[in-house]
Design a protein around this ligand. Structure first.
Ligand code: SF4
Length: 394
């Protein structure tokens, strides 16, 4: 046991997962490979989308932050699997820690993330880390070596500059010993600054964007990130499931300042929101307004914006580890506008410039023909020309 967190050591049979080519991944995810050393995450974010993955451990989402499974043999298995991808010439960016923060406090004892980074370096394999934790700077030496070969990207989440709100929704993310700011989440921007200075491809993740809260600070956050030399911004509004809503309500209720969010969120999500798989998100109209606002702020402060839902707002230049990625909606949207029309054979040919596999190509064919690839997207429409599906700029 470490504090009130129970650590369970396990042995993994496999380390690299290849994500499914579903609606969400085909449109928005530039990666398919993921590796998680830890199951569970002691950061305890009340909005965590990954908590339900504890069901796979025959445990409960309520224990996600209290029961951490450590795959002790992770490096050994990871290296074997990396070598297989290398042999098949299928090197595409691998996200380390997509369902648990790989730099949560337990990493200080095990240093397994560091070992995975060393393996990526040894095999020239591109990787991406998304974290909220300042502990990433413990590994700045190996990260710098990876950055010299453009093999690493790092994204850090910043959603609010209000310390009370941060304590409510992300109660256990550690403070930084490397960089200090009276604003807790600003330390993440300062961490990104350190990483940008050594050539790492850096991303500010405003994920999740909390309606009525992030609004207060979003301009300062984007300005600070731009001044810190961060490469691009990614934004996604908060999504709510029944489990997440119960937890959010509890913490909002406990705060005099934030209890008024409950009726506002009920209206925004349960009255006018839309379903997104098992969760509810804000309406298309709200999402559009938010993307427009964030992209305008990014333009104002000179930082790229990687627009996923509304490609017309994109200003991001994708480089670094994401050179070796899977194409997404944004790429096909741009291609349609460049070529004036997009046929299936063009889309497939384009995709083959990326390190995609056969599964992806057959999913692309399906999503292209059934219209899901561009469904509801601004600026592109589907036509049928000589019995062939074609997309044209609208
Ligand atoms: S850091 Fe990420 S994985 Fe960990 S609790 Fe927070 S949202 Fe979940």
């Amino acid at each position: 046991m470490s504090g009130s967190v129970k650590i369970v050591e396990t042995r993994a049979k496999s380390m690299i997962s290849r994500m499914r080519d579903g609606f969400f991944s085909m449109r928005y995810l530039p990666f398919r490979l993921t590796a998680n050393i830890y199951r569970g995450c002691s950061h305890g974010c009340v909005y965590c989308y990954a908590a339900c993955t504890h069901y796979y451990m025959r445990s409960s989402p309520n224990l996600f932050s209290k029961e951490i499974y450590v795959k002790k043999n992770a490096p050994e298995i990871f290296e074997k699997e990396i070598a297989k991808y290398e042999q098949r010439k299928r090197k595409s960016v691998i996200v380390i820690g997509n369902i648990s923060d790989t730099y949560q406090p337990v990493e200080t004892n095990y240093r397994l993330t560091r070992k995975l980074l060393e393996i990526c370096y040894k095999h020239d394999f591109p990787c991406f880390i998304e974290t909220k934790s300042p502990l990433i700077l413990n590994d700045i030496d190996i990260i710098e070596k990876l950055a010299e070969r453009e093999l690493i990207g790092v994204g850090m989440t910043v959603t609010s500059y209000d310390n009370e709100f941060t304590r409510l929704v992300e109660p256990l993310v550690p403070r930084s010993k490397f960089v200090r700011s009276p604003i807790r989440q600003k330390e993440r921007i300062l961490t990104l600054q350190r990483l940008s200075e050594i050539g790492v491809d850096t991303y500010l993740h405003i994920t999740p964007y909390f309606p009525f809260v992030t609004d207060e600070d979003v301009e300062r956050i984007i300005r600070d990130a731009a001044e810190a030399g961060v490469g691009n911004v990614i934004m996604a509004p908060l999504e709510i499931s029944g489990f997440i809503w119960n937890r959010l309500k509890k913490v909002f209720k406990s705060s005099e300042r934030y209890s008024s969010l409950i009726p506002l969120y009920e209206k925004r999500y349960f009255e006018s929101g839309r379903k997104l798989g098992a969760r509810i998100t804000t309406s298309e109209k709200e999402h559009y307004k938010l993307e427009k606002k964030v992209s305008e702020l990014c333009k104002k402060y000179g930082i790229g914006y990687w627009a996923f839902n509304n490609p017309q707002f994109n200003t991001a230049v994708i480089s670094g580890a994401y050179r070796l990625r899977y194409p997404i909606l944004l790429d096909y949207w741009k291609l349609t506008h460049e070529k004036g029309r997009l046929r299936l054979k063009d889309a497939l040919q384009f995709a083959m410039n990326f390190p995609v596999d056969k599964k992806y190509l057959s999913a692309l064919q399906e999503y292209f023909l059934n219209g899901e690839l561009f469904k509801g997207v601004y600026g592109v429409r589907k036509i049928v020309e000589n019995c062939e599906v074609v997309y044209v700029p609208a």
